[in-house]
Design a protein around this ligand. Structure first.
Ligand code: CA
Length: 325
């Protein structure tokens, strides 16, 4: 009887292996070739690299059945058209920062960074465990976009100044390259905020067209050579305490992905989220030493009363923004 039971099970088992895999095989053989555009210049360390690592991870996990071709800014479409390209389904994915879309969706700024707001750890806690990601999904839903946090620059630096900042008065009349909410707060303090792309900053500062600039942190600032154009390097980056980077996915394309591939996207995005922050923290530390020791850069903290004033002006700015939207 035992032998008969065994044979019965074996037969069912054999049938099962004969039938189930045929359908499973057909589904798993389906291939996906997607495009991803980013807002980063080609070869931009950590940022563009992170997007490329993400795509390679998925390719490996899927045995090359899910491939994502990554395009840097301008290679397929200009950086600032990323949101629209993914929203309209011209491409399936984008990588950038939500605050670039403030002109279309003012609340998007909260999902990158708010002056005097949360650092990377706080942003991750809020997005993953505090309901933040649900709010982000709701905000992007009308645009056919599914967002994921994918990377964080860590706390940035306050910026490079051509003169010392001893009080709020020293900010008045300065021309400073500082985008976003930080720029709006600086404007309240008497600064003339200027918008410049990364490639234009060095020349503008070196020639004195601007008096100050923020960029990212020691690693990227050193690469841009900003220490050769301004003497005073300030911290903290009160305006960008932990900017989160975003992966955006066209929602119709997302719905066509098998669950397994969706899990691969989520897993690879989480891995890239952690990898980028680790790279920033580690490389910034080395670059800061190089700036101080090799290039004799003087690093200063903003005076307390400057930070207190900027914090007050931040509350005022946020209230004004909230009234409008
Ligand atoms: Ca910045």
């Amino acid at each position: 009887m035992k032998r008969r039971d065994f044979l019965k099970t074996a037969t069912v088992g054999a049938l099962a292996t004969a039938v189930v895999p045929t359908t499973a095989l057909a589904a798993s053989n389906k291939r996906f070739n997607w495009k991803m555009v980013t807002t980063w210049p080609p070869n931009m360390p950590i940022l563009q690299q992170g997007a490329e690592r993400f795509a390679k991870d998925i390719e490996k996990m899927s045995d090359r059945r899910f491939r994502i071709q990554v395009y840097a800014a301008g290679e397929l479409i200009p950086a600032m058209q990323t949101f629209d390209a993914v929203s309209q389904g011209t491409v399936e994915m984008g990588h950038g920062a939500a605050y670039y879309w403030a002109g279309k969706v003012p609340a998007a700024q909260f999902f990158t960074a708010v002056p005097f707001g949360m650092n990377a750890q706080g942003m991750n806690a809020w997005l993953h465990s505090g309901g933040g990601l649900k709010l982000w999904r709701d905000l992007y839903k009308p645009f056919n976009l599914v967002p994921y946090p994918m990377g964080n620059t860590g706390v940035q630096m306050g910026g490079w100044f051509r003169k010392k900042i001893n009080s709020v008065n020293d900010l008045k009349g300065l021309k400073m390259r500082i985008p976003g909410l930080g720029g709006k707060v600086m404007a309240q303090a008497g600064v003339n905020p200027v918008l410049l792309a990364g490639g234009e900053i060095y020349t503008a500062l070196e020639r004195g067209t601007i008096d100050a600039t923020e960029w990212i942190g020691p690693y990227h600032d050193l690469r841009l050579g900003l220490h050769r154009a301004a003497k005073f390097y300030y911290y903290p980056g009160w305006h960008e305490p932990g900017p989160t980077l975003e992966l955006s996915i066209n929602s119709k394309a997302w719905a066509t992905l098998p669950k397994k591939f969706q899990v691969m996207v989520e897993t690879a995005a989480a891995a890239a989220n952690s990898w980028m922050l680790s790279e920033f923290e580690s490389r910034n530390l080395d670059a800061l030493q190089e700036l101080k020791q090799k290039h004799k850069v003087k690093v200063y903290a903003f005076p307390d009363d400057v930070l207190k004033t900027l914090k007050k002006l931040t509350h005022k700015t946020l209230e004004a923004e909230a009234e409008k939207d």
